[in-house]
Design a protein around this ligand. Structure first.
Ligand SMILES: Nc1ncnc2c1ncn2[C@@H]1O[C@H](COP(=O)(O)OP(=O)(O)O)[C@@H](O)[C@H]1O
Ligand SMILES: Cc1ncc(COP(=O)(O)OP(=O)(O)O)c(N)n1
Length: 273
């Protein structure tokens, strides 16, 4: 029996509103043609207006989910998202060391758009010291990059400096996302690759409130592409093009920061079946 269909894993929190977290990861991986699996680290009561409640899973249940997946699937790329607190970060780190789930993307999710903390303050050091050194790719937004590097990021030059610092902390490749950058016209992300090459992934900024789940969507798209065997650079370029499409071909759902259109097609792929 073959087990060769591309399989990926998201280790994160759920969003009952369907827009972010594991919910966005599953839609993205499905759309990118990859079989998605999950380890639920936390459950949130959430909608487009904010996070109303959250509960972290018992570490034993997190361990069991990892064991279940390791016993049955051939996962070639995985990502982390909401990890809640130091105990859950350490539990995830231990499991990532115990099993081989392929290339690891760390999306160091800290705060939701509405302001809710998805990672406690005392877990930030654990992410920096224990999770980042395992990462093939880290994908912080600007506030997350500022927390991890303890520097202020307001310019393209400081985005690049932050990228270098994150790499020196052990992440092989770095994507510093520019969605929170002050430019009204552009949303540009900085990439620093393992081989020292750097470049920008550029995009016009769409004026819209419907950007709930952008970070999850780009990181899970990259993870899906890595699971299919794409190179890191190809996966990053496809991730940027996909998240741009999901924002630009937007839909209206809910009454707050609405979710993305995960059915969106990357322009260059629109005529493909
Ligand atoms: N209004 C927008 N228009 C176009 N691209 C955007 C917009 N907002 C965010 N992006 C892009 O979406 C991705 C995630 O953005 P960002 O907001 O930085 O991360 P997060 O969702 O984790 O806070 C990045 O590629 C960023 O450039
Ligand atoms: C359960 C859960 N995980 C992650 C997030 C944050 O997702 P993100 O893509 O950064 O989107 P916004 O929160 O910025 O809209 C979340 N909200 N919930």
């Amino acid at each position: 029996m073959t087990n060769d269909f591309p399989q990926a894993l998201t280790i994160a929190g759920t969003d009952s509103g369907g827009g972010a977290g594991i919910s966005a990861d599953f839609k993205t991986m499905q759309m990118r043609g990859v079989f998605a699996t999950m380890v639920v680290v936390a459950v949130t009561a959430q909608n487009t207006l904010g996070v109303q409640d959250a509960l972290a899973m018992p570490p034993e249940l997190i361990d069991e989910q990892f064991a279940s997946l390791a016993a049955d699937f051939k996962i070639s790329a995985c990502k982390t998202g909401m990890l809640a607190d130091p105990l859950r970060v350490k539990t995830v780190v231990n499991n990532l060391k115990r099993y081989n789930f392929g290339l690891l993307t760390v999306d160091p999710v800290m705060i939701a758009k509405g302001g809710a903390k998805l990672l406690s303050d005392d877990a930030i050091d654990v992410v920096r010291d224990q999770l980042l050194p395992l990462a093939d790719l880290v994908t912080p937004n600007l506030p997350e990059a500022e927390e991890l590097t303890q520097m202020t990021i307001t310019t393209e030059a400081t985005m690049a400096t932050a990228g270098r610092r994150l790499q020196s902390m052990g992440a092989k490749n770095v994507l510093v996302k520019g969605g929170h950058f002050s430019s009204e016209d552009e949303a540009n992300d900085y990439v620093l690759l393992e081989n020292g090459r750097s470049f920008w992934l550029t995009s016009k900024r769409k004026k819209t409130r419907n950007t709930h789940g952008t970070g999850d969507t780009i990181s899970s798209c990259i993870t899906a592409e890595l699971a299919k065997g794409k190179s890191m650079e190809e996966a990053l370029r496809i991730g940027k093009a996909y998240v741009e499409a999901t924002i630009k071909q937007g839909i209206n759902v809910g009454h707050g920061h609405g979710p993305l259109n995960h059915w969106a097609k990357i322009r260059s792929e629109q005529n493909e079946i």
